[in-house]
Design a protein around this ligand. Structure first.
Ligand SMILES: Nc1nc2c(ncn2[C@@H]2O[C@H](COP(=O)(O)OP(=O)(O)OP(=O)(O)O)[C@@H](O)[C@H]2O)c(=O)[nH]1
Ligand SMILES: [Mg+2]
Length: 323
């Protein structure tokens, strides 16, 4: 396949690469709204991404994810790392905004240009959120952030999506595990590269950490990564550098045995097949909307004049036709 000449960068993309925060914010809003106007810039910026360390921080409501992100942010800024944060916010109009009254807000230190924080409403269907989150992470990456932290509320199933964007997934839990451990077994346990037992200032933290460590021993060997368990507290700040060290250990593991590439390929396969499915679906919807003889076609199937397979062939031929 011959390489196509690289088209010139759209002006917005050029502004993003020059570090224009406003252009970045506008582009993210367009991505969130699935505005097709964003596409030329998003595509042009893709080759400029792929440098950032992307860390997913997930866990049940109120375990202290945002509090941890604030401390991680400070920890990384001291090291001179530029940090992007994407918080996928489950607040919905139905729950009347915040679910917990005392949730912590993520805030950019005033005037700090090395930080960009973006909240995304987790409204709409989850696939849409996953797409917007992935694209926002990529834009922050192209913008030049060294580390991108993604906060998502997770309790099992839907949050497996974090695997689609993060190179390291941190699962945050709290000492009084109770029912949580069931959902951990179901979903979160599979995605955890690092377990963080937060609120370790509360009783029961050590036994929770011990329990999780035992669970990680059950992970099948074959050169696989064993999740690291760390204890943190944000009220009496402790363990945050341990947490970051655990992330870096996993990142080093990915590089050492080639699994970073494997992971990236898996993520991109999911993404590309998702895009194709979405387009085929959209095309089918428009074919069905325009197909004047769909009813006639159905009548013929009902009357046994043609079989369902032939009807499907006919529709497929329509889908394949250039619109
Ligand atoms: N005791 C104790 N409380 C904590 C700790 N970390 C966070 N909290 C408290 O837990 C509550 C929730 O903290 P957040 O950081 O908002 O938790 P979150 O996981 O981001 O919450 P959601 O985004 O709503 O899911 C707040 O009242 C925090 O002050 C900790 O280490 N120890
Ligand atoms: Mg939060």
């Amino acid at each position: 396949m011959s390489r196509r000449p690289v088209p010139p960068l759209p002006p917005v993309a050029r502004r993003v690469l020059r570090g224009d925060r406003q252009a970045l914010a506008q582009l993210i809003t367009q991505v969130e709204n699935r505005d097709p106007a964003a596409l030329p810039s998003v595509r042009a910026l893709y080759p400029h991404s792929g440098h950032a360390t992307v860390v997913g921080v997930t866990g049940p409501l109120g375990v202290g994810k945002s509090s941890l992100l604030n401390l991680l942010l400070a920890h990384l800024r001291v090291q001179g790392k530029r940090v992007g944060i994407v918080a996928v916010d489950p607040s919905s109009p139905f729950s009347g905004g915040s679910i917990l009254g005392d949730r912590i807000r993520l805030e950019r230190p005033p005037g700090d240009d090395g930080v960009f924080i973006r909240s995304m409403a987790a409204r709409g269907h989850s696939g849409g959120v996953a797409l917007a989150t992935r694209e926002t992470v990529r834009l922050l990456d192209a913008f030049g952030m060294d580390v991108i932290l993604v906060e998502t509320v997770g309790s099992g199933q839907a949050d497996v999506e974090i695997r689609e964007v993060a190179s390291t997934s941190v699962v945050v839990v709290v000492p009084h595990l109770g029912d949580e451990i069931q959902s951990l077994k179901a979903g979160l346990f599979e995605i955890a590269d690092v377990f963080c037992v937060n609120k370790s200032d509360l009783p029961g933290a050590d036994s929770a950490a011990r329990y999780l460590t035992e669970m990680t021993q059950l992970v099948p060997e074959k050169g696989a990564w064993r999740p690291v368990v760390v204890l943190t507290s944000t009220t009496i700040p402790s363990g945050v550098s341990d947490l970051w060290d655990a992330v870096l250990r996993h990142e080093a593991f990915l590089d050492a045995n080639g699994s970073r590439r494997v992971r990236a390929r898996r993520q991109l396969t999911d993404e590309i097949l998702g895009l194709v499915r979405e387009r085929v679906d959209a095309r089918l919807t428009s074919v069905l909307a325009q197909e004047p003889d769909l009813q006639a076609l159905l009548d013929r199937v009902v009357a046994r004049e043609i079989d369902p397979y032939s009807a499907a062939d006919r529709l497929l031929a329509e889908v394949r036709r250039e619109p």
